[in-house]
Write a protein that binds this ligand. Structure first.
Ligand code: PGA
Length: 226
């Protein structure tokens, strides 16, 4: 199975020119990847331009509406994203839960809507208790799960590989062995191999490191070399 590497650019960078520059350097450095699937998730406004460069990389959005269209100011429809060529969407990220007060039931609606339009949701969770309500009525094989302890996001702190392995095993028990489960939260070149080799994750979700092209490419290379 291919290993997944999700680049969550969050609300960065601040101009289209910088977004293109970052994307081009990342893409150049990833010409010969074979064992991993890299998915770039830029802000909505850059998707269309970046999709024009599309080669071996795939794209995801950072959220999507629970409906296909209508009076939902500020929302972006999964159908629009699919139409642009997006294949994935991050949902339930802890920053959306915190700053936009997103509940498990709203996230569940977004997940269903994304799947209906042919997008693959990358559901972020930080506790097992979020799995059931977020995936109510959803087939587990239609989603990718990213385990991201909130305290590890952007802090440089991470759980030990053993702790992460214990959590990973619990999730596997709850979700079944076929579900792709990723680790996210302060992933760096120093710890990436441990989360895959020792904790047994199927890949990683990167925030900060995905904005630094060289570091990002070395992380991808490290995963390729495993
Ligand atoms: P980080 O972010 O890699 O900067 O910790 C991860 C995330 O929030 O998805």
């Amino acid at each position: 199975m291919k290993r997944f590497i999700i680049a969550n650019w969050k609300c960065n960078p601040t101009t289209l020119a910088l977004a293109k520059k970052l994307f081009i350097s990342v893409q150049k450095g990833l010409k010969n990847i074979g064992n991993s699937q890299v998915i770039i998730c830029p802000p909505f406004v850059y998707l269309q331009e970046l999709l024009k460069f599309k080669k071996e990389l795939k794209f995801g959005a950072q959220n999507c509406c629970w409906e296909e269209k209508g009076a939902f100011t500020g929302e972006v429809s999964p159908k629009m994203l699919k139409d642009l060529g997006c294949q994935y969407v991050i949902l339930g990220h802890s920053e959306k839960r915190k700053y936009s007060c997103e509940s498990n039931s709203l996230i569940n609606k977004r997940i269903k809507s994304a799947i209906k339009q042919g997008l693959k949701p990358i559901l972020c969770i930080d506790s097992i208790s979020q799995i059931k309500p977020c995936l109510k009525g959803v087939s587990k094989r239609n989603v990718i799960i990213a385990y991201e302890p909130i305290w590890a996001i952007g802090t440089g702190k991470t759980p030990s590989f053993k702790q992460a392995e214990v959590f990973n095993n619990k999730m596997k028990k709850a979700l079944g062995l076929k579900t792709i489960i990723l680790y996210g939260g302060s992933v760096s070149i120093k710890n990436v191999k441990g989360f895959i080799n020792q904790s047994g994750f199927d890949g990683v979700l990167l925030g900060g490191a995905s904005l630094r092209a060289k570091e990002f490419m070395s992380i991808v290379q490290a995963i390729e070399d495993i």
